[in-house]
Design a protein around this ligand. Structure first.
Ligand code: 5AD
Ligand code: SF4
Length: 441
């Protein structure tokens, strides 16, 4: 059914996004869908007529946070009984049916394949004052012809594929986001072109495993080559890469194309082959080292970041030390560190030898400290270098300063005129304070 709301005063929706960049993109897509139907986006929750939480379920903690926040925000309904509060995203997909029964006042729960129905669901919730759950999986849903509504800035995410077929044994994603499907090549090109024309010159291509993108005979390296030649954009990057799938051609395309940033997020997860095997990652740590070597040979200044997990079932002290050694040996520019969180329905949840919480936490703290030291060292090493910076905005703390990002996505603050926003400038790095670089044009 097609309709537009006709009230004189437009209804405001507010979206709070949790989790990965895929969710950020999905929120922008939902915002696009709703504005198209006459609703209005607000960044002030107090002005909202509809509050939408886009949720992440990758770890139990992420799920608990969003459920806690929804429960907390229910108090708003006392003052504004017409307010709608809804849940979308991976938590809705996984446990939406149960939550709608459990959380009194939750108006809708809509899973990751059903966003096109959201305007209609919202309309029905309002008109009929009933709760709606829509969590059916649709393996073909690729959200064709939907125009995401992006916030201000120069960074835009563009999803090139949805879902995942890898079934890493700890991971809930393939269960909630369904099977892998690649988006139409022409549509991706059009979307990137348009984003560039709208001033979003720093493009990040998104997918759970971008390296297995394929559309007709176009693979991921081919796609990168094509997108890198779009005139309206200045920079190109992509997440997430799987070490088992990253090809020589992707590495050589990265090295060859000026617009592709020397920046790669390559989740290692663990340094022990026994654990990598139990995780169903399908590569060895030696293979991982080999990729790092090739990347650094092709692009000596490449910034490499990673995801690393501790406390996977059966992880011995020796396995953990292998992860610590790998982290020392590789020297990631930065890394997200996690403690294993059992997810209902995954293979690893049923494994023997689950590691007690206090050991998981202890290992996480040790790993975090080690990586923090390496990260600070890496930032220090940038001092004295001249770097290309894409100017994003005036600095929040000082209006005479600008802030932007390097090709490796590190934040740089430097004195400069507002007119440089949206331009590429060369900045000489003078010092580094924590995770921020400072410099001079
Ligand atoms: N427990 C802890 N971390 C997890 N991740 C995925 N699933 C889990 C889990 N069950 C981490 C992985 C992945 C990142 C996005 O989240 O490191 O790369
Ligand atoms: Fe999860 Fe593995 Fe797929 Fe990443 S590649 S989403 S960790 S199953």
């Amino acid at each position: 059914m097609s309709y537009k709301i006709t009230n004189k005063k437009k209804l405001n929706f507010y979206i709070k996004t949790y989790g990965c960049q895929m969710n950020v993109y999905d929120s922008e897509m939902v915002a696009g869908l709703l504005t198209d139907k006459g609703y209005q986006n607000t960044t002030n929750i107090d002005n909202a007529d509809i509050i939408i939480f886009n949720s992440c379920t990758v770890r139990q903690h992420a799920e608990d946070r969003v459920v806690g926040r929804i429960t907390f925000e229910m108090r708003r309904k006392t003052e504004k009984p017409s307010l709608l509060i809804g849940l979308i995203g991976c938590v809705a997909q996984r446990v939406g049916k149960e939550l709608i029964k459990k959380i009194h006042g939750l108006d809708f729960a809509v899973g990751t394949d059903n966003y096109k129905a959201l305007p209609e669901i919202i309309r029905t919730c309002m008109a009929e004052k009933k709760q709606i759950t829509s969590v059916g999986q649709n393996k073909n849903e690729n959200y064709k012809n939907i125009c995401p509504l992006r916030n201000e800035g120069i960074n835009a995410f563009v999803t090139i594929m949805r879902g995942c077929d890898n079934f890493c044994s700890y991971c809930i994603v393939p269960y909630v986001r369904g099977r892998e499907r690649s988006r139409d090549l022409e549509e991706i090109i059009r979307e990137v072109e348009q984003a560039g024309k709208n001033g979003f010159g720093d493009i990040t291509l998104l997918g759970q495993n971008v390296n297995s993108y394929h559309f007709g005979d176009c693979n991921f390296a081919d796609l990168l080559g094509k997108v890198a030649h779009i005139d309206s954009i200045k920079r190109l990057r992509f997440v997430t890469s799987h070490p088992k799938d990253i090809s020589e051609k992707v590495i050589s395309t990265m090295a060859k194309e000026d617009k592709i940033c020397e920046h790669l997020h390559l989740p290692m997860q663990a340094g022990s082959n026994r654990i990598l095997g139990k995780m169903n990652r399908k590569y060895s740590i030696e293979h991982y080292y080999e990729i790092i070597k090739k990347l650094r040979k092709a692009m000596p200044d490449i910034v490499i970041t990673s995801d690393i997990m501790v406390g996977f079932p059966g992880e011995t002290e020796e396995d953990f030390q292998k992860t610590m050694s790998a982290v020392k040996k590789i020297g990631f520019d930065s890394a997200f560190t996690f403690k294993y969180s059992p997810r209902n329905g995954t293979a690893a949840e049923k494994y023997d030898n689950q590691i007690p919480e206090e050991i998981r936490l202890e290992r996480l703290q040790k790993l975090f400290k080690l990586q923090e030291k390496i990260t600070l060292q890496k930032y220090q090493e940038d001092v004295g270098k001249s770097m290309e910076v894409y100017v994003e905005q005036t600095s929040k703390k000082n209006k005479n300063e600008l802030s932007g990002r390097t090709r490796g996505s590190k934040i740089v603050i430097f004195p400069g005129e507002k007119s440089l926003i949206g331009k590429l400038v060369n900045v000489k790095i003078t010092n580094s304070t924590g995770w921020i670089l400072r410099g001079k044009i």
